[in-house]
Design a protein around this ligand. Structure first.
Ligand code: SF4
Ligand code: SF4
Length: 231
């Protein structure tokens, strides 16, 4: 299970910025269990946003937002409400926010931080990974997490080593995460977000050390390697 905590409404409003209409999305899986993304929490978030002058064009709670097929089918009846929304506010873990951003390819704002459970996480079939950093900033990275998608976990932009869009660390295996972030932001007309300086002031104190997970079978599954497995 991935544990999420609701961000303060002020931070969500900062993400929304000058937008006036949003669609709200929750998750009936880990987020509902965490008390962040179930029906009651989405109703509460809707009231908070409406109280601040934001129009909510629609809401939906999907069984598991980490499953892209469920997102597609769950949101099919909401095409008009999604079209009418300037952005989508997603109240769930980092995986669900990333999966939503990939499926919708429109501005997505995280309403939660994902925090470490300090142990085993659920496994899911998608490519998205969350490092449970406790300070989700997928808002400015078009829903792509550089902490897991970038080989060097850079949060302030690319290292400069990418060649033809491929990551210099694993050119055969992965594209440069920051190239992918830029391309998606450009498609959405939101590259201005990258001008925030410094882009991220990351509070690593909020990140429970994943180091103790290294060398475990769970780490091996995530990294698709058996190298260094000790337990
Ligand atoms: S920024 Fe990345 S690691 Fe941090 S909570 Fe969001 S998805 Fe997870
Ligand atoms: S090439 Fe891109 S993905 Fe690879 S380490 Fe550098 S910034 Fe990260």
């Amino acid at each position: 299970m991935l544990v999420s905590e609701r961000k303060p409404i002020e931070e969500i409003m900062e993400f929304i910025g000058g937008e006036r209409t949003v669609f709200l999305l929750g998750c009936d899986g880990c987020a509902a269990a965490s008390g962040t993304g179930g029906e009651p929490e989405i109703r509460e978030l809707k009231a908070e946003l409406e109280g601040r002058g934001i129009t909510v064009t629609g809401t939906k709670v999907i069984d598991f937002l980490c499953q892209k097929a469920l997102i597609r089918t769950g949101l099919r009846p909401f095409a008009t409400a999604l079209d009418e929304a300037d952005s989508v506010v997603v109240s769930t873990c980092g995986i669900g926010i990333q999966a939503t951003a990939t499926v919708l390819d429109q501005a997505v704002h995280p309403a939660c931080n994902t925090v470490s459970l300090g142990g085993i996480r659920g496994e899911w079939q998608g490519e998205e990974r969350c490092a449970e950093c406790g300070q989700c900033f997928l808002d400015v990275t078009a829903g792509i997490c550089p902490l897991t998608a970038c080989a060097k976990r850079l949060v302030n932009g690319p290292c400069g080593g990418a060649k033809d869009g491929s990551c210099e660390v694993e050119p055969e295996a992965r594209r440069c995460a920051w190239e992918v972030i830029y391309e998606r932001l450009e498609r959405q007309g939101r590259t201005n977000l990258l001008r925030r300086a410094p882009l991220q002031v990351k509070d690593y104190a909020k990140m429970q050390p994943p180091v103790d997970l290294r060398g475990t079978r769970k780490w091996a599954v995530d990294m698709k390697t058996t190298e260094g497995v000790t337990s």
